[in-house]
Design a protein around this ligand. Structure first.
Ligand SMILES: [Zn+2]
Length: 377
């Protein structure tokens, strides 16, 4: 792996560090400072003048194997490719399943997760899907989390007409299994919750918290844009809340902005729901009247909107899709560009276009063009 010296970048690690050099060696950030000149042979030097360096984005809700299928088999979204991630600035991602666990499975998702790691980015996944009891790899939620290094927790859907509608007992069992497996393996034990627009909202989670001593921190409701007040309250109580970027940056940015004002910022994250289908339903929920597909390219426009339209400090906005996410997943070398962190770097031009992406110190995108292509391309 060739060492790379990024000269004169405007560094946010995510804290603002000003214009400096960033030296990547052995896949990690080896040094940060002014006028670095490492005494090593064969160092590639990249002129980063005018470019902003951020940690590669960490996206914790991506349908690696494609989501959808709510409108017949023709509506199954295809698998995402390596360049879908890298050209959007994403260097770490967590794969999830959704409504369709009939034609897709946690094993299939795990295989795709392993493939993305082989191709050069860092990928994890969640076991389970909307279905209840949760489909698993090993037959046990606890064993999936304990023994499979890529699996960080479980996905479930609540307050949605597509949910598997777990009973309180099933939800408690699910969360307890994840916590036990996670304690065994030293993982966070994430219960990632697709929150629908259904009438009970976060009610089932509060029922569980009332009935047990499970820490609120395990529960990570997503798509919280439609539940902004509830999101802020949940985060104030110690939970982490996730918002979904979309085609309209302002629409996503506004509830995030309000939540930043009302709750601890480090408990707020943004993910893309890339590869997931975005069905538009008829009033009575009987028919799908339109279908879109989520993309990781929606993340940067939302961050940009927060910074340029709403004057959120860049370091605060960037943390929503880097350090906050990484910390919530116990990924201490991700979401930051401090010495010793993984060499996951995103260089943006002045218009927030992706200029260069490095994943674990290897160039993925250079000059806005993907240079590392998927294995089968
Ligand atoms: Zn999704």
């Amino acid at each position: 792996m060739q060492p790379i010296l990024l000269k004169s970048v405007n560094l946010f690690d995510p804290e603002p560090k000003g214009v400096c050099d960033l030296f990547l060696c052995g896949g990690i950030v080896a040094a940060v400072g002014k006028n670095l000149s490492p005494a090593l042979p064969d160092v590639e030097v990249v002129d980063g003048s005018g470019l902003t360096a951020l940690p590669g984005l960490v996206d914790q809700h991506v349908h690696f194997t494609g989501g959808g299928g709510e409108c017949g088999f023709r509506s199954r979204v295809p698998e995402l490719s390596l360049t879908d991630f890298t050209t959007a600035g994403v260097t770490t991602a967590v794969g999830v399943l959704g409504t369709d666990s009939a034609t897709r499975s946690p094993k299939n998702l795990l295989a795709r997760t392993k493939a993305l790691n082989e191709e050069g980015i860092t990928a994890y996944c969640l076991t389970g899907a909307y279905d209840v009891p949760s489909p698993t790899v090993t037959g046990s939620l606890k064993d999936d989390v304990a023994f499979i290094s890529e699996i960080l927790g479980v996905k479930v859907a609540l307050s949605d007409h597509r949910s598997g509608h777990p009973s309180l007992e099933q939800l408690i069992h699910m969360a307890s299994q994840v916590r036990l497996g996670a304690l065994t393996a030293g993982k966070p034990g994430v219960v990632h919750i697709h929150m629908g627009a259904g009438k009970r909202g976060l009610g089932p989670v509060y029922d569980l918290l009332e009935a047990t001593d499970l820490p609120i921190w395990h529960f990570r409701p997503t798509h919280m844009g439609r539940w902004q007040k509830e999101a802020a309250a949940f985060a104030r109580q110690g939970g982490m809340v996730d918002f979904t970027a979309g085609e309209e940056p302002e629409k996503c940015a506004l509830p995030v902005l309000r939540t930043l004002e009302e709750a601890p910022p480090e408990r707020i994250t943004i993910s893309s729901d890339a590869g997931g289908s975005m069905p538009r339903w008829s009033e009575d929920r009987r028919a799908v009247v339109g279908m879109g597909v989520g993309s990781m390219r929606t993340l940067l426009p939302v961050l940009r909107c927060l910074v340029t339209e709403h004057h959120v400090p860049l370091e605060t906005a960037v943390c929503l899709a880097t350090r906050n996410v990484a910390d919530g997943l116990y990924l201490s070398r991700k979401g930051r560009l401090t010495v010793g962190a993984d060499g996951d770097v995103l260089l943006l031009d002045r218009d927030w276009n992706v200029h260069t992406v490095l994943a674990r110190g290897v160039p993925m995108v250079a000059g806005g063009v993907p240079v590392k292509l998927p294995y089968l391309s």
